[in-house]
Write a protein that binds this ligand. Sequence first.
Ligand code: PXG
Length: 464
Amino acid sequence: MTAHSNIYPTKALQELDAAHHWHPFSDMKSLNEEGSRIITHGDGVWLTDSEGKKILDGMAGLWCVQVGYGRKDIADAVYKQMIELPYYNTFFKTTHPPAVALSEKLAKLAPDHINSVFYCSSGSEANDTVFRMVRTYWDKMGKPDKKIIIGRWNGYHGSTLAGTSLGGMKAMHGQGDLPVQGVHHIDQPYWFGEGHEMSPEEFGVVAARKLEQAIDELGEDKVAAFIAEPIQGAGGVIIPPETYWPEIRRILKERDILFVSDEVICGFGRLGEWFGSTHYGMEPDLMPIAKGLTSGYLPMGGVMVSDRVAEGLMMAGDEFYHGYTYSGHPACAAAALANLEIIEREGLVERVKSDIGPYLKERWLKLSDHPLVGEARMAGLVGALELVPDKANPHLPFKNVGTVGTLCRDLSFANGMVMRAVRDSMIISPPLVLSHEEADILVGTVEKTLNDTWQELKKDGHVS
Ligand code: PXG
């Protein structure tokens, strides 16, 4: 095996992987029998597997590789930093140039009222930080009873204790007796799945008012914060009706609780703005970030902190007892700076808003003509297709939820494209550098994959 060959000993790697590697969120018994897919190279929006097959990455890794693969600028910046100072901490009155430069850069990119950042290594750690930060803030404000954090069912905020608890994934709560105390969940704004008896506009307001009801029932004096993704990613690219965020904004304005916009997926250009909350005209008190911050080249996360919360927490003679060995890691900060420099230089945020975003959306929405598709939706550069058994009754789900989605996902891989399945929705979140030609290939491959899925289902009598 050579590092630069495109052909790897697939079988041998699969056997070793099965023997020793426990994968995240995986049915390990089946996976070990089947053998893992082995990815060896990446260039632009393309991956190569151990058999030399080229695959279009419709998911930007896990929603994170904004600038595409193979960026020498980032590798060079990290190499240079590693030689100069591979590690030093940011505890005990210490800092280093990459952490300083990145903090200044992030403060410039964030809305005016947000000017500091607390670093960690992932989105999950960012949300654990959020959990402790909001409660500590209210303690310091002399309101220690404000403890409850409201999240949403089917929201995703990571897989650590706080991340799992704040998220609303019931299967995850079932493992480890979660959520922890003091977390409350409200319904999500999922019109296609849960609100179709009303118009999307009506449902958006109804879903938002679940927050108002929850705060009023729990007591404003007990509620610390509301956390939400601008658009739910892992939950299935749930794009709220246009009326949802304005109503949430009204509710938050009338009540004194903090708003946490989880920007781990929606940040760094995904929705055509630097931050997803800006796209929806929201003013968060805290913004957890990760993924697109480094385009996944190195692990880094953080919490962007508004002046209001920073002033509350930064009291003289007191400290926030929180931090990680790798908070502000110099090599990760160098990767983030080089990544942000590429995003700015190539105008990728604007490109999503006014070029590749609308170009892909126009073609993606036409997929709703396919007999298997009940709804096609897209915002910025995230999209979903709801697969349904009967187009005449599009809100009726398949009997064994998830089976058709998994089939379609596997066929997509076979056709040379990564597309993710959530229940029976097909999800894309491609790198922001996707060209028009690649967008055409993407949509063409999805069309072929839908046809292949339809044929398979017909064979088994699942559709007529
Ligand atoms: N918040 C949001 C909104 C996320 O999407 C996290 C926090 C946690 O980040 P870390 O870096 O700890 O993973 C995420 C992560 C999927 C999938 O299959 C989604 C995520 C992670 C892994 C898989 O959709 N999102």
